[in-house]
Ligand binder design. Sequence first.
Ligand SMILES: NC(=O)c1ccc[n+]([C@@H]2O[C@H](COP(=O)([O-])OP(=O)(O)OC[C@H]3O[C@@H](n4cnc5c(N)ncnc54)[C@H](OP(=O)(O)O)[C@@H]3O)[C@@H](O)[C@H]2O)c1
Length: 332
Amino acid sequence: MEYRALGQSDIQVTPVIFGAWAIGEWMWGPQDHNDAIDAIHTALDAGINAIDTAAVYGFGRSEELIAEALQGRKREDVVLLTKFGLRWDHGKKGTVRFETKDMDGNVISIYTYSHPDSVIEECERSLKRLKTDYIDVYQIHRPDETTPVEETFGAVAKLIEQGKVRAAGVSNYTPERMTRANAVTPLASSQPPYSMVLRDAEEDVLPWCRENNVGVIVYSPLQRGLLTGKIKPGHVFAEGDHRASNKFFAPKNVETVNALLDRIRPIAEAHDATLAQLVIAWTIRQPGVTAALVGARNTKQAAENAAATRLTLTDDDIAQIDQHLADVTIQR
Ligand SMILES: NC(=O)c1ccc[n+]([C@@H]2O[C@H](COP(=O)([O-])OP(=O)(O)OC[C@H]3O[C@@H](n4cnc5c(N)ncnc54)[C@H](OP(=O)(O)O)[C@@H]3O)[C@@H](O)[C@H]2O)c1
């Protein structure tokens, strides 16, 4: 398995990182507990060495599932990336980002809040849930308009000094904010949304990270399952699955994406690969992309996504795919 360095840090990750949002159930509809644990085992056994989660995923549940799955494994064999700064459990501090339902179905507000005291408190809670004494990469989940970037990353720097965190990371951050954070403590990675049909990061995050030697770990590379080809117009999602109202899953966009997938399917078939594998392989070949965070909810998906690291696309494959992508317009 190939390993890639996260920026200037001494942390190496596989080009596919297990994304643990959906297994936490929140915003994705029902998730079988054993499927979640088995999915993590499958990914690790297939050679994937890193898992991305966040405190807010399932309000701690995702982190707890990871701890359960890692029992009996050597801690140093796995790179754990988690996030802070989306708070549901800290009163009304910060800015309301959105309303959602908690695991009992109650409507609650999620706040962006990354005051130093909050960062330190969240870190302690994540360490407890993950049943570990250090987090490899600690990432701000979303910008907090109420706390200066320098103060937030001063707290992360303190956690690094204390050995509770190995490296700092950001997510959904602009170059301007990354410059400020990076001046306080070197960033190992930046986490933007990026997929074949959502390439905004090529304009800002990717060039900034290349210039500043910061790793890029892209999220939702399968566009939340849409790029696997399994979603047809009129698809009925389970209750609680956010995709039912996500713009990418509007019928017109589903049709557009499926037409694209029909055009690139022969390339997947020529490699004896699935569409999901082709999409992942294309993503991790993009200049400046260090790794793709790919969600999986069961062993089948985890095995398929991990195996995408073994798919080597030719320059001609990439050129053909890019040509097809040039014709695609998603309504946003
Ligand atoms: N920083 C942020 O703000 C942020 C935001 C989003 C995500 N992330 C991170 O990025 C990770 C990945 O993103 P994501 O989960 O949003 O989207 P994704 O990786 O594009 O899609 C994952 C979903 O697609 C389906 N899927 C996965 N592999 C499949 C396969 N081989 N065949 C068919 N279906 C498959 C599964 O859902 P179904 O089986 O239900 O279809 C799975 O939950 C997350 O887990 C999280 O760690 C971060």
